[in-house]
Each structure stands twice: as C-alpha cells, then as structure tokens.
Design a protein around this ligand. Structure first.
Ligand code: ADP
Length: 483
C-alpha cells in the first residue's frame, strides 16, 4: 500500500486534536502534531507535510496570520483553518489569504476527511498545472534560445564571409567587429581587436585620412592605396547612437582598366598628332601649287576646319592625360583675382556677341594661393567658356570670387538649360555630355574633366548646383595660402 500523505496538525484544543488524529488515522493518513509556533516551522522544514490544519488561534497567534507567513515560503501548500464557530469575517480572511478552506464543529469524520481530500486534490491539480506550465515555458524558452542562437550563427557566418571588408566601430572609432575580408586587406594577424582603435589596428594613413575628412566634411568615400598596388574604395557610414561602419571594396582591377584606357587614349592621341599636322600642312600647300575652283577652295576649308577640330580634341586629351599622370607640379604664389580679371577682359568680345550681361563680384583683399597660374587660368577659362556657350542670348552671367576660412571660393553662374540632377555627378567624367545639351551646342565633353583634374591637383573641390530650365552654378573651392 502506498504511503499516505502527512497531515500536520497545529491545534491548541486537545479534544479536537485527538478527534482529528483518530479520523485521519482511520483514513490511513499519517499525522504530525505541532505543539507551538516553533515546532510548526521545524516540522514543515523537516517533514514536508501534504497539508496543514491550524486552529483559528494557535499558540496565542492568529491562525490566518501564521498561514499567510507559511504561504509566503510555500505558496502551493494546502492549509485549512479550524474555528470553534462559523464566522463571516474569518471566512473572508481565509479566502483573501489564499487558504484552502475552514472546518467548524460539529466535526464529523466524513466532513473532516472530505474537506482534507478536496483540498489535497485541488493542491495536486494546482501542482500538476504548475509543473506543466514550468515545463512548457522552459521548452519555449529553450526553443527561442536555440532559434536566436542559430540565427546569430547564420548572421555571423554571413558577416564573416562578405566579400567586402567591413569594420563596425563605436563613436570613438574603437573596433566593435571586423570581418575576415577587412582583416585580410590590412594583413592583420588573427586575434581579437575589439575595443582597440581602428587607427592602431589598421595602421594606415588613408584610414586616418578617411576618419578625419569624414568628420570634417560630409565625405563618404575615400580610396585606400596599399604599397603592393591594391586599391580599395572605402565608404564611411555613421549610424546615429551606435557608431559608424566602414565598408571597403577592392577596385584594383577597375583602376587597372582605367589606367590601360588612359594609356591607350594617350598613345592614340599622341600618334594622331603628326599625321594631323601633315594633313593640315598639305591642305595649305594645295592652294599654293595651282589655281583652284571656288568649290575646291570651299572643300579645302572644310577639311581644314575638321582637322583643326580633331587637333584641338587630341590636344585636350593629351593635356588631360598629362594632368592625370601628375605632371602638374609647378607651384608659385598666384592671385586668382588677377587671373579672373584678365580672363573676363578676354571674354568681353564673346559676351558682347551674345548680348550677355556680366555681373562680377570680386571680394577685397583676397589671399593668394599656391598653384600653377597657367592651369588656374585654364580652369577659369573653361568655366567661363561653358557659361557663355550654354547661356541663352541676352541673359546674365555671374562670376564671384570670395575668401572664407582660409579658402578661396570661385563661382560661375548662368541662366542656361541647367543639368538634370541624376547627371550632375557624371559631367566631370571624360566625354560625358548631359542628355539635355541643345543640338546646336558642340563640345567634346573634356572641358570639365580637365577642370576637375586641375582642381584635384590643387587640393580643391568642385561641384555644380543646377536646376533644369533655370541655370547652373559651378563652385570651386581652393585652399588659400596661409603662410
Ligand atoms: P562640353 O564640351 O560638352 O561642354 P564639358 O566637359 O565642358 O564638355 O561639359 C560636360 C557637360 O556638362 C556638357 O556637355 C553639358 O552637358 C554640361 N555642362 C557644362 N557646363 C554647363 C553649363 N554651364 N550649363 C549647362 N550644362 C553644362
């Protein structure tokens, strides 16, 4: 026969105690008796009773109060209160305290056992429910933990295997995470770099320059050149409240293609120059060796015009490749103010021809800059020539030269056709002509590429602000001489 539950009795009334003991033993329950409050606690600790029956007043203390204290430590313990007489107040107290119920005289064996069994059954159900819930919650937590762990592993795997180098930094530039491609690019030994500053780990001047320039200006791209010839394009993305992310793509092959293309263009342009000179020479000679009809003269003039066009294109290409090869090293103190004034004088005839109004705004006491005067004149001429070329007759052209924070700012504005927003980034590329260039306006698409190379070689910046149908403003910022 299985061992029956232990019922702990805490009753001051000796007669009731004996009655209960008899009834319980007859129903095969084990009983334990607590003589006072201290004994009650000891028996609970040592014997783990299945139910406790406490008298309304036990050992001079309220039975409900004792029960509440016990429930704080053993919340699922079934507890009954024995009272000498029925009382609504007591019943409410029993219910409010979460006890199982009350027993009152007359005490019949059936009532005692019935009440105890019901309480035990309810407690058992509660225990089963609790165990099931705990099991269910534990399983669900385990499932969730394993899902997020596997997701984490998946993200780690993806992050580690991204072809681009990625470094996640905090706002101070300390490494939070770098992937394999980043470590390989900088030839880093394996190890944990978390918390170290990116400059110490990567130890590369281009990374320092990227961080410095990205903080100073809204620059987002920077090239990283390695001694072994590899070139990466690095992007800098700040993430507010978190830090920043640097991503890098290896563009060495694109740079190589670009170099080959430039070399090809240079060679072809160079080789074209001599035959073009000779075509032009013979065109001039034809007229000298005999008389020509008017139509022959006209054809010769057309040949001459076309050859001159090709020659100027070839010259522009050669010029550009010289600039791109970094041959523009001549530096002297230059007054951009003087250059602009001279250029504006030269353009006067063209302004008049198209009935253009010039508004020049040249600041006072402008600082000089270190540069190549011939190249800077070329820059000014190209921008003015474009303004004249694209401006409609009778419109206004504005040229402004100002100094601000040790920088010289030169702008040229016109009321021409403007440049579509999406194409504005491309007009500084070689041969690029915007889609809205009027048919009658000729050009090679090389002028702005030359201007951009000159600006770059003077450590400046150039951009365009333009609205289609309203006009364009080209802005050039060059560092002033601050010696
Ligand atoms: P192009 O010889 O075609 O003028 P550029 O390199 O000087 O070549 O300019 C490139 C393109 O930029 C032009 O074809 C034109 O689409 C656009 N562009 C340059 N300047 C202006 C301007 N002032 N107004 C409108 N579009 C311009």
């Amino acid at each position: 026969m299985p061992k029956r539950d232990l019922i702990l009795l805490a009753l001051d009334d000796e007669t009731v105690l004996q009655l209960m003991q008899r009834a319980l033993q007859a129903a095969s329950y084990e009983t334990a008796v607590a003589s006072d409050r201290g004994a009650l606690d000891t028996i609970i600790q040592e014997s783990t009773p299945a139910l406790i029956m406490i008298e309304e007043h036990f050992d001079g203390i309220s039975g409900v109060k004792i029960s509440r204290e016990i429930l704080e430590r053993f919340p699922s313990m079934p507890m009954l209160i024995y009272a000498r007489q029925e009382s609504l107040v007591l019943y409410k107290g029993v219910l409010n305290s979460g006890l199982s119920g009350c027993l009152y005289p007359p005490l019949r064996n059936d009532d005692i056992i019935g009440t105890i069994e019901r309480s035990l059954l309810r407690a058992r159900h509660l225990g089963d429910w609790l165990r099931r819930e705990v099991k269910r919650t534990t399983a669900s937590l385990e499932r969730r933990a394993s899902v997020s762990e596997s997701e984490l592993k998946r993200y780690e795997f993806i992050f580690a295997n991204i072809q681009d180098g990625v470094a996640i930094l905090d706002e101070e530039g300390r490494i939070q995470l770098i992937n394999r491609a980043f470590a390989v690019a900088f030839d880093l030994p394996s190890g944990d770099f978390r918390g170290k500053h990116i400059s110490q780990v990567a130890n590369h001047p281009d990374i320092d320059a990227l961080l410095e320039r990205a903080l100073a200006t809204p620059l987002k791209y920077h090239e990283i050149n390695f001694d072994d010839g590899r070139i990466y394009n690095a992007q800098y993305t700040p993430i507010s409240g978190f830090g920043l992310v640097i991503t890098m793509q290896d563009i060495s092959h694109l740079k190589q293609i670009d170099r080959m293309k430039n070399e090809f263009v240079h060679t072809v342009s160079h080789d074209l120059r001599s035959p073009l000179t000779s075509v032009l020479g013979y065109t001039d000679l034809v007229e000298r060796v005999g008389s020509l009809t008017t139509q022959q003269v006209e054809f010769l003039n057309r040949i001459r015009g076309s050859v001159e066009n090709i020659t100027s294109l070839v010259n522009e290409l050669l010029d550009l490749s010289r600039l791109e090869a970094g041959f523009d090293t001549r530096r002297e103190m230059v007054s951009l103010e003087k250059i602009l004034k001279l250029a504006l004088d030269t353009f006067e005839g063209q302004f008049r021809l198209k009935k253009l109004t010039l508004e020049a705004d040249i600041g006072k006491g402008l600082p000089a800059l270190q540069g190549n005067p011939i190249r800077l004149r070329q820059l000014v001429d190209n921008l003015l020539a474009n303004a004249v070329k694209y401006a409609p007759e009778g419109s206004t052209i504005k040229a402004s030269l100002q100094a601000e924070d040790s920088q010289i700012i030169f702008t040229v504005s016109d009321e021409g056709p403007g440049i579509p927003q999406v194409e504005q980034g491309r007009i500084f590329d070689k041969f690029y002509r915007a889609s809205n260039v009027p048919d009658e306006v000729g050009g090679s698409g090389l002028g702005l590429a030359i201007v951009k190379s000159i600006v770059d070689s003077h450590q400046g910046r150039i951009w365009v602000e333009s609205t289609v149908g309203k006009g364009s403003t080209f802005c050039v910022v060059l560092p002033a001489h601050t010696g």
